[in-house]
Design a binder for this molecule. Structure first.
Ligand code: WT7
Length: 650
């Protein structure tokens, strides 16, 4: 049984760690007993222009949900991430940038340089009319300018919304329009794994669907030719040379929004998750320091993309608030070969390495040799995020990468939570492979019975995972739709934050995430709403109906399985299949492309017309033997056809 395998904290590790086992118990108890006092103290991690006098003012009651932390405090996030370090570590590297091509030179950007670049970028934004409270879309590759752009927005009080460079023009346009962005910041093109994506041309296509007032700020990164629209397009880098090298940080309220990040939900339209300035930064600084046991001088590397929340909290904001050296990698784990991650760890003496189970599984397939080629002795802590890590991947990570001596922090959290909620602390928590272990300070997880909604008091149990009370990093609202915020997270289980995940709690009080309980699937650690893929499919003229479910996928964790019913008279051909796949890529982006697409003459429905997803999931899992009761179906015969022509035969 997995639960029996407890991996102790390595002896040498506990000594120098920020938090030991005893300290964890004591501080955790204190954080729950008196959150006001606890967070009043932790808030001092930041520099405040005006200190807060009120700490926590939160309400989880449906109809009046409101979340406020440090609400009368005034601060500037960029000043906390940059300016306040200049005196003590101006010449220390803030960002190490490793380009896609291993032969190209890495860049080391000191805090002094970062300060100047951020100020210049901020002045470019101002020159384009961007002011406090305005929204700015950032659609950039993993380059230092992405960090400058985010911090420049924070410096002048503009709200950024980073759109992952893998999203399509349509997805980009929807986000620009939803938040009413004044400007979009992009690059000519994005190199990744030796290939290039034309970001500027994608942006041009997106802007056809947006107000013609939206400015387009272009970072000429690769030098690739692009179209240029005078009066709309701005050459950022050349302009940065002309503007002043300093820019006063705007004083911001703790509750002023810092950023919006769009994420998929169980309905078709992605929602704009809004994060705050003060509470968010306190929470990601604290978790970054304690969960990775970050010490001054360590080189820290999170392999995520800044287009996801992991990149926001744990490439940029958390590490820089702590004055860390954070590594940013433009490329992919397997280019030019499967040793790239480890080559980078060796080259830059990485101490903390944070990645996703899907990357570990992909690399596992290449064997030990690409790892063993490199000296990984600088590594101290390994981390994972995005989905439950399976024992094989955990063991490989532990033995082959960590040589059995590095704690692995399996961090459970979400775009909505801003930072880690369930996680080991490396010097304090004995590990269990596959478990995100125990709550971080201030977090009160509870397990509810999915039917009755009642709290399950027994330690050992299984149910839906909710959080009892607010924490500073929690999202504040859905952009432009507070009602949707309340409905999504506070209406199914009254009085609690509902995570959308199921979990199991074992006899030691350790949490095991069992996956989403809603119609969201987790593809390579990225959240995908099945409804979103379905609405893309039915937008095609030949498609009458579509249903999308997840199925187990060796590398991605879950793959996308689409059942498609065509319009009367349309022939199901391989060409059409390819066309539909391409269609979804253009509507949403490559990450949403179905892995398997089955032609469905009909979909199994109840007599009231509701699609029976449970049955579609079973067929997609090649588990037709346990379809359960199909007698309530309007037309039970369609199931036979679907089973017979299933795509995922083991
Ligand atoms: C969903 C959130 C938070 C950054 C990455 C994804 C799943 C995340 C874990 C983990 C098991 C995990 C959950 C969660 N998830 N981390 N360590 N163990 N599951 O952010 O796109 O907001 O997705 O990812 O299902 O709800 P996201």
């Amino acid at each position: 049984m997995l639960d029996d395998k407890k991996v102790p904290v390595p002896g040498s590790f506990a000594e120098g760690a920020h938090v030991t086992a005893e300290e964890y118990e004591e501080r955790y108890a204190r954080s729950i007993a008196d959150p006001e006092a606890f967070w009043a103290e932790e808030g001092k991690r930041l520099d405040w222009i005006e200190p807060y006098t009120r700490v926590k003012n939160c309400n989880f009651d449906l109809g009046s949900v409101s979340i406020n932390w440090f609400e009368d405090g005034i601060l500037n996030v960029a000043a906390n991430c940059v300016d306040r370090h200049l005196e003590t570590r101006g010449e220390q590297t803030a960002i190490i940038w490793e380009p896609d091509e291993p032969g190209d030179a890495a860049r080391h950007i000191t805090y002094n340089e970062l300060h100047e670049q951020v100020c210049r970028f901020a002045n470019v934004l101002k020159s384009q009319g961007v002011a406090k409270g305005d929204r700015v879309i950032i659609y950039l590759p993993m380059i230092p300018e992405a960090a400058y752009a985010m911090l420049a927005c924070a410096r002048i009080g503009a709200v950024h919304s980073v759109v992952f460079a893998g999203f399509s023009p349509d997805a980009l346009a929807n986000r620009i329009n939803d938040c009413g962005a004044k400007a979009v910041i992009t690059a000519d093109s994005a190199p990744r794994g030796g290939k290039r994506t034309g970001l500027k041309s994608n942006t041009d296509a997106a802007l056809l669907h947006c107000s013609d007032k939206v400015r387009c700020l272009v970072v000429k990164h690769t030098g690739d030719q692009t179209t240029w629209i005078d009066g709309r397009d701005v050459d950022v880098l050349s302009m940065m040379e002309d503007v002043a090298p300093d820019c006063d940080p705007e004083p911001m309220g703790a509750e002023d929004p810092l950023f919006i990040l769009y994420t998929s939900g169980s309905t078709g339209k992605p929602k704009g998750v809004v994060h705050s300035s003060g509470g968010y930064l306190v929470y990601c600084a604290m978790t970054h320091e304690l969960v990775f046991d970050y010490h001054a001088g360590d080189v820290y590397w999170c392999t995520a993309d800044v287009g996801w929340v992991t990149g926001h909290s744990y490439i940029l904001y958390g590490p820089l608030a702590n004055g860390a050296t954070t590594l940013m990698f433009e490329g992919v784990p397997t280019y030019p070969d499967a040793g790239r991650f480890w080559a980078i760890c060796e080259k830059h003496d990485v101490a903390q390495f944070y990645t996703a189970p899907t990357a570990i599984r992909a690399l596992m397939g290449h064997g030990r040799e690409p790892v063993e080629r490199y000296d990984l002795s600088s590594l101290k802590v390994l981390g994972t995020v995005g989905e439950p890590i399976n024992p094989e991947a955990w063991n490989w990570y532990n033995e082959v990468v960590g040589k059995g001596e590095r704690p692995i922090v399996d961090t459970w959290w979400q775009t909505e939570t801003g930072g880690h909620l369930l996680t080991p602390l490396p010097g304090a928590t004995p590990l269990k492979p596959g478990s995100a272990t125990r709550p971080f300070f201030g977090i009160e997880p509870i397990v509810l019975d999915p039917q009755s909604g009642a709290e399950i008091e027994e330690t050992e149990c299984e149910g839906v995972l909710c959080i009892k009370a607010s924490w500073p990093g929690q999202m504040r609202t859905v952009w432009g739709d507070h009602e949707r915020f309340e409905k999504t997270y506070f209406s199914d289980y009254k009085g609690y934050y509902f995570s959308g995940d199921g979990c199991r709690r074992d006899a030691d009080g350790y949490y095991w995430i069992t996956g989403r309980v809603d119609d969201v699937i987790n593809v390579s650690g990225h959240r995908m709403g099945t409804a979103e893929v379905e609405s893309a499919l039915v937008a095609h003229r030949d498609v009458a109906e579509a249903a999308v479910v997840g199925y187990p996928h060796d590398i991605k964790g879950q793959g996308i399985y689409a059942y498609v019913t065509l319009m009367n008279g349309v022939e199901p051909t391989d060409d059409l299949r390819a066309e539909l796949e391409k269609w979804v890529r253009t509507e949403i982006g490559p990450i949403a492309k179905p892995d398997l697409l089955q032609w469905a003459p009909g979909l199994p429905k109840t007599r009231s017309g509701k699609i029976m997803r449970r049955i579609l999931r079973k067929i997609a899992e090649d588990d037709a033997g346990s379809l359960g009761d199909t007698s309530t179906l309007a037309d039970p015969d369609v199931v036979d056809d679907l089973v017979e022509n299933r795509m995922n035969r083991k």
